[in-house]
Every structure is written in structure tokens, then in C-alpha cells.
Design a protein around this ligand. Structure first.
Ligand SMILES: [Zn+2]
Length: 194
């Protein structure tokens, strides 16, 4: 049963990571694949957490576009993390998403202070998709790329941003994947000794 509570650490520093992690492999067998994107409970959680809820009347959730954006974002960020050239097709697809999302610039002024900010022309799904792409760019800007990691459990696909001082974090969650790998390694050593 997939409940939001069943996977720990389902919060990260960047919206794009929570978005990408909406699809993940079972960390125990590496075979089962779960996808929360179609799950209204997950959608609510995600849109609230990142303040990305579209205005009412702006159309249904574009599942197909979101699924496409999610796999393009994963490919982009994994190549960035490993220092490889980002795949051109995915970059072009994400660029098209940004080009469709319209933002307008606004000016705020107070004594001695001028502030220019971007705001969405319309809070619809085009805006949501654009914000997800922008979040990946913000992540890359926050670098270094060594902070972006896939969980150290080979069977787990969870992406996370390692905010530890010495980049020592290995697991999406030490209590689940960390323990699982420790137990697995222990059993392997015992079998090897037997
Ligand atoms: Zn993991």
C-alpha cells in the first residue's frame, strides 16, 4: 500500500526533486515501481508544499506533460550531477516548457530600495511546469554538483540534495535504505565466511 507516510524523507530542498521522486523503485527489491503523480493525495501535498497550486478553472492536471517533464528533468539532473553533457533532446523539451510559461516583471519601491520581481502572468499548469524547470536550474545554480546524489542503495532510485557539511550523506534515509544495505552486507559477509 503506497501511502505518503510509507516513504520517509519525501521532502527536499527543491521542488524538482520532490517532483522527480514521485516515481521510484522499491528500495527492497528494486523491481516494483511506484508512481504517485496520478495520486490526488500526493498532488495535494506537492502543490501545497511548494505553493504551486494552479488557480481554479485553469484546466485539468496535464498528466502526460508532467510525466514527460519528470523524465526529462531526471535525465538533465543526473547528467549534471555526473558532469556529463546534458541530453540535447531533454534540454530542448524543458526549454520549450519555459518558453510557454509567461512571467511578467513587477517593480516595487520603497525609500532607498527598488525591487524587481517576476510573477506569473497566469497561475495555470503551464506556470507549474515552468516553475519545475526553473527549480532544476536553481538547483544547478546552488551547486556544487556533488551535492546531488542518488541513494547509495543500488536498488533505490531516490534523488536527494546532500546538505551535509562534508558531503557525507549516502542514503535517501538512513533508517530505511542505510539499514537495509547494512543488513544485506552483513548477510553477504556471513555467507562468504560459511
Ligand atoms: Zn534509498
Amino acid at each position: 500500500m503506497d501511502t505518503l507516510a510509507s516513504v520517509p524523507n519525501s521532502q527536499s530542498s527543491f521542488a524538482c526533486l520532490d517532483f522527480i521522486n514521485s516515481r521510484w523503485r522499491d528500495h527492497r527489491d528494486g523491481i516494483g515501481v511506484y508512481d504517485r503523480l496520478p495520486n490526488p493525495q500526493w498532488q495535494n501535498w506537492f502543490l501545497e508544499r511548494w505553493r504551486l497550486r494552479p488557480e481554479p478553472g485553469t484546466g485539468p492536471l496535464p498528466l502526460h506533460d508532467l510525466v514527460g517533464a519528470r523524465s526529462a528533468l531526471r535525465a538533465l539532473l543526473e547528467s549534471w550531477a555526473s558532469g556529463q553533457q546534458p541530453p540535447a533532446g531533454e534540454v530542448a523539451a524543458l526549454d520549450r516548457i519555459l518558453a510557454r510559461s509567461h512571467v511578467q516583471r513587477r517593480l516595487e519601491a520603497s525609500a532607498g530600495h527598488l525591487n524587481l520581481r517576476d510573477e506569473p502572468a497566469r497561475r495555470d499548469w503551464t506556470w507549474v511546469l515552468g516553475e519545475l524547470v526553473a527549480s532544476a536550474a536553481a538547483l544547478a545554480g546552488a551547486g556544487p554538483s556533488a551535492r546531488l546524489k542518488v541513494c547509495g542503495n543500488d536498488l533505490c532510485s531516490w534523488l536527494f540534495w546532500d546538505e551535509s557539511h562534508n558531503l557525507s550523506r549516502r542514503w535517501c534515509d538512513a533508517a530505511t535504505c542505510g539499514n537495509l544495505v547494512k543488513v544485506r552486507n552483513h548477510r553477504r559477509r556471513r555467507r562468504a565466511q560459511a
